[in-house]
Design a protein around this ligand. Sequence first.
Ligand SMILES: [Zn+2]
Length: 81
Amino acid sequence: MARERLTCIVCGRKFPRGQGIVLNIGGVELDFHSKRCALKFLTSLLEHLDQDQLRRAVNETVREFEEARRLREEEKRKTII
Ligand SMILES: [Zn+2]
């Protein structure tokens, strides 16, 4: 059975499923052959979103990562003691 080939939507390069990056955003499957192409697409996608909503979402996401970082730091400290 031939492995399914996907096409990078940014540069058009073909690659086998299992390689590259496959994202599901808004119910749409997006295939990228590399992180670089995915980032290019996502950066462009953000420009199409409502900027006020986007700002809120950015702040929430930053907080989420900060919280996760804080918890990891705490865990590390506990293991040292
Ligand atoms: Zn690509």
